[in-house]
Ligand binder design. Structure first.
Ligand code: PEP
Length: 252
């Protein structure tokens, strides 16, 4: 049984004080107990300490939004896996399409970052997904196949809970346009098959694959009812307590 994950990617939003306040209110909204699913928030680096402080014994986990692939060195502005781990994060988002689009992230750098995350005991939330152009050119599966095989090339995964995958079709991120449950299910099943052929059926069958792209409380239930959809990576709607809590509730 794969326990669902609802993760909020805050992108470049929320200062430390806003982060502490949000997590306090989220904890209240959760009835001050663990939810049915794993709940993760990914604040900007500068708010991680405040998030870790406010997470109340781990009922809300904290993820970073990126990590460098080297352990240390002359990389101005970058943050290593050891630093992310030391800051109290359990997870790190790797390969988000905004980083691929605006910051030159490639399948190769994503691969190195996944390895760095695992090396430092972090669970990578490995994002992948096709652009609108690729979908319209019927290249979705070709793109997903490439992203899975290159992103996970040479990666060693000790157990299925050491990796999370997020299928995020680029055309659905921040656009208000969500993949239909059928489109998402089809992509998730394909990705699961790809992970299974790389690491064996046992791992493929147990790894959690989240859907991301304009998830809101109203579309959560339809998406989560599909067999291969194990939760959501939420952008915009994770910034508002009512929406984020609504998604947590609707995913049960
Ligand atoms: C994201 O950035 O990972 C995301 C899914 O954003 P949104 O929910 O706003 O589409």
């Amino acid at each position: 049984m794969r326990r669902k994950i609802i993760a909020g990617n805050w992108k470049m939003h929320k200062t430390s004080s806003e982060t502490g306040e949000f997590i306090g209110r989220l904890w209240d909204a959760m009835g001050r107990k663990e939810a049915h699913c794993e709940v993760i928030v990914a604040p900007p680096f500068t708010s991680i300490a405040a998030a870790v402080d406010a997470t109340r014994g781990g009922a809300v986990k904290v993820s970073a939004q990126d990590v460098h692939w080297e352990n240390q060195g002359a990389y101005t502005g970058e943050v290593s896996g050891a630093m992310v781990k030391d800051s109290g994060c359990s997870h790190v988002i790797v390969g988000h399409s905004e980083r691929r689009q605006w910051f030159g992230e490639t399948d190769e750098s994503v691969n190195l970052k996944i390895k760095a995350a695992l090396r430092h005991g972090l669970i990578p939330i490995f994002c992948l997904g096709e652009s609108l152009e690729e979908r319209e050119a019927s290249k979705t599966f070709e793109v997903l196949e490439r992203q899975v095989s290159r992103g996970l090339d040479g990666v060693q995964i000790a157990s299925p809970d050491r990796l999370v995958i997020a299928y995020e079709p680029v055309w659905a991120i921040g656009t208000g346009r969500t993949a239909s449950p059928e489109q998402a299910q089809e992509a998730h099943a394909f990705i699961r098959g790809g992970v299974g052929s790389l690491f064996g059926r046992e791992l493929g069958g147990n790894v959690r694959i989240l859907y991301g792209g304009s998830v809101k409380p109203e579309n959560t239930r339809g998406l989560m009812s599909r067999g291969d959809i194990d939760g959501a990576l939420v952008g915009g709607a994770s910034l508002k307590i009512d929406d984020f809590m609504g998604i947590i509730t609707e995913s049960a």
